[in-house]
Design a protein around this ligand. Structure first.
Ligand code: NAD
Length: 499
């Protein structure tokens, strides 16, 4: 069996802790690799080496750092299919979705190619008599990225590309469920010219994460994962004096107005609800039709589309719609939540619990499930299911639909489907959610905007990627400078003694 490594000082390094965790093939249930789990000492050693490497990297001019991103971007493109396959092999998502995972990360690398323009700083000419002020953006030093299983390429790239372009060294702690893509990206960064030690990939679990949070050299922590862990990491990092931005879970609502194009709304819901087996923080898990007729029509339109969904392993071809969920434990949790929905009185219109695939009986597949008449007190509404389960909550009018969305503790993404610009505009203006789609189901902003949720979907300030990332990964230093009048007043002909 393959034994994975850490990536330290530009080399693959075996773990020394003696602790490993299994990496599964979710489509078959087989263990395909084991990944080492770092000790506190291994983590601290990696950080100390990164701090040494950072000094020269931080002094390298921004354009040279950006050139590394240019080559890195070219290499990612060249290795797109290989990276997508790595993603799919450990995560289980389809190959087109694996390519999407790499592509949305690559787009952040592309913005970093122009990073110097975001690092320019500010200048005030003549802020007082003979006084100028200028503000510089300087790297934090060593920063850490802690990433989830569901986007093994995209989220590590969202962390490392801006952090490195800003002149920091980074410790990346990828998800122990899907660690291989991050290791491969580190090799490609080295090939692109990143000096050794500037990116260290340290694999591990809670012990490694806690070592990051307590390490005094690490100045900033960027986290993406579930809400309870995001809140924990934010609290511990902040109380140790670190800058932290921690992005958490979601429960994304899509409102369907009576005037919406119902075919387009149903297409959007099927893709956003079941794509990637619902394992996306921007998945739509709650459909909120306005009016009983809209709700009935929506169910009618959804049923044939759900029946047609093709669930299978990524190796079964490009027309597979979604693959298995990540672990046996995740599968059992999802099935348990579907049971609870039935017990608590929701109407299970499509039941995906008994789904089985010939030849893949040990894989973690869950068929698509659709609930109608879900109410906010039910567990299937309250919990982030992170599986292929769509819940319909019926509402009587727009205000009720908006209130439902706003009362939900999560605030990552939301969408409205309508033909009316006035309703769409009102929704975008009033809703307390960070990313809003209008006739657009998964509104992940382009890489030169920023990504971030509100409420329990994010802790800390500043979003991921775009200009916010450049603010997060740099600290501002402001200089107030005064130069006294001197030589420009005219030549001096006396032989002046030094004072
Ligand atoms: P997770 O919280 O279980 O794990 C995320 C990271 O935290 C991993 O690297 C893991 O090793 C580490 N971790 C896990 N338990 C820990 C603990 N007790 N102490 C310290 N560290 C710990 O999340 P996941 O299951 O890998 O990912 C799915 C979650 O991520 C979902 O909730 C999803 O909504 C969320 N997510 C959010 C965004 C966003 O931008 N808001 C994006 C993608 C995923």
């Amino acid at each position: 069996m393959q034994e994975l490594t850490h990536w330290i000082d530009g080399k693959h390094v075996k773990g020394t802790s003696g602790r490993f965790t299994d990496v599964y093939n979710p489509a078959t249930g087989e263990v395909q690799a084991k990944v080492p789990l770092a000790t506190v000492e291994e983590m601290n050693d990696a950080v100390a080496r990164a701090a040494e490497a950072q000094v020269k990297w931080g002094d390298t001019n921004p354009q040279r750092r950006a050139r590394v991103m240019m080559k890195f971007g070219a290499l990612i493109n060249e290795h797109m299919d290989e990276l997508a396959e790595l993603v799919s092999r450990e995560h289980g998502k389809t190959l087109p979705d694996g390519r999407g995972d790499v592509q949305r990360g690559l787009e952040v690398v592309e913005v970093c190619m122009g990073g110097p323009s975001l690092l320019k700083g500010e200048f005030t000419d003549a802020g007082g008599p003979g006084i100028d002020l200028y503000s510089m953006r300087q790297p934090l030093g060593v920063v850490a990225g802690i990433t989830p299983f569901n986007f093994p390429a995209m989220i590590p790239l969202w962390k490392m590309a801006p952090a490195l372009t800003c002149g920091n060294a980074m410790i990346l702690k990828p998800s122990e469920r899907c660690p291989s893509t991050a290791l491969r990206l580190a090799e490609l960064l080295q090939e692109a010219g990143l000096p050794d030690g500037v990116l260290q990939v340290v694999n591990g679990d809670k012990e490694a994460v806690d070592a990051i949070l307590d390490n005094e050299t690490i100045a900033g922590v960027g986290f993406v994962g579930s809400t309870p862990i995001a809140q924990y990491i934010y609290g511990r990092a902040a109380s140790n004096g670190k800058r932290a931005q921690c992005f958490g879970g979601a429960k994304n609502h899509m409102i369907i107005m009576p005037d919406a194009d119902m075919d387009k709304a149903a297409d959007a819901l099927v893709g956003a609800g079941f794509g990637a087996a619902g394992e996306r923080c921007m998945a739509i898990s709650v459909a909120v039709p306005v009016g009983q007729k809209t709700a009935d029509t929506l169910i009618e339109k959804l049923l044939p589309r759900i029946e047609k969904l093709k669930v299978g392993p990524y190796t079964a071809g490009e027309d597979v719609d979604y693959g298995p969920v990540i672990t046996q434990q995740a599968k059992q949790r999802i099935l348990g939540l579907i049971d609870s929905g039935v017990e608590q009185g929701a109407n299970l219109v499509v039941d995906g619990r008994d789904f089985s695939l010939q030849g893949y009986e040990n894989g973690y597949f869950v068929g698509p499930s659709l609930f109608d008449n879900v109410t906010p007190d039910m567990d299937i509404y309250k919990e982030e299911i992170f599986g292929p389960v769509l819940s319909q909550v019926r509402t009587e009018n727009y205000e009720d639909a908006l209130k439902l969305t706003m009362d939900n503790p999560y605030g990552n993404g939301t969408a409205i489907f309508t033909a009316d610009g006035d309703t769409a505009r009102d929704f975008a203006h009033r809703v307390n959610v960070g990313m809003v789609g209008i006739n657009f189901p998964i509104p992940v902003p382009l890489s030169y905007h920023t990504f971030g949720g509100w409420k329990k979907s994010a802790f800390g300030d500043l979003n991921q990627y775009g200009p916010d990332a450049f603010r997060f990964y740099t600290k501002t230093k402001t200089v107030t400078a005064r130069w006294f009048s001197g030589i420009k007043e005219g030549g001096e002909f006396n032989f002046k003694a030094m004072e």
